[in-house]
Design a protein around this ligand. Sequence first.
Ligand code: 5GP
Ligand code: ZN
Length: 144
Amino acid sequence: MSSDPNCIFCKIIAAEVPAAVVYEDDSVLAFLDIGPLADGHLLVVPHEHYIRLTDVPPERCAQMASVLPFLGRAVLEVTKAEGFNVLLNQGTVAGQAVPHIHFHIIPRKKDDLLGYRWNSGKYPEGRAAQLASAYQAALARLAS
Ligand code: 5GP
Ligand code: ZN
C-alpha cells in the first residue's frame, strides 16, 4: 500500500502521530481536524497516499464516499449541528494544505458565522452550451 514517510496523514494512519480517531475500516480513516472550523470537524482520508482526488481509483473513491452518510449522521448526532458541509480541496489554489487527499465534514449551525463567499455568476449567451460540449468531448476521451 502506498505511503509517504513525510506525510502527516500517512503518519496518523500508521499511528506514528496521534490523532483523535473516530472511525477506521480497511481503506478509510476518519479523525478530528486539529484546527477545526467548527466543533467536531472531521477529516476522512484513504489509507493509501494519494495527493489528488484525480489520482484516486474509482473503487477507492467510492469507499471514501461510502462512509460519508454514516459519518454525517454521527456528526449531526454528536455535535447537534443542523447540517454540514462536505469539502475537498484539490490543489494549493483551492486551499489544499496537506498533500494527502481528504474530505472535510464541517458541522454547521444557524448563525455560526462560518460563512464563505459564494459569488455566483451568470453565463453569457452560448457559454454554457460551449462548456457542456467541451466537457462531453473531454469525458469521452478520458473514458476511452
Ligand atoms: P486542507 O487545507 O489540506 O484541505 O486541510 C488540511 C486540514 O488538516 C486542516 O484543516 C488542518 O487543520 C488539518 N491538519 C493539519 N495537520 C494536522 C494534524 O497533524 N492532525 C490533524 N488531526 N489535523 C491536521
Ligand atoms: Zn499521505
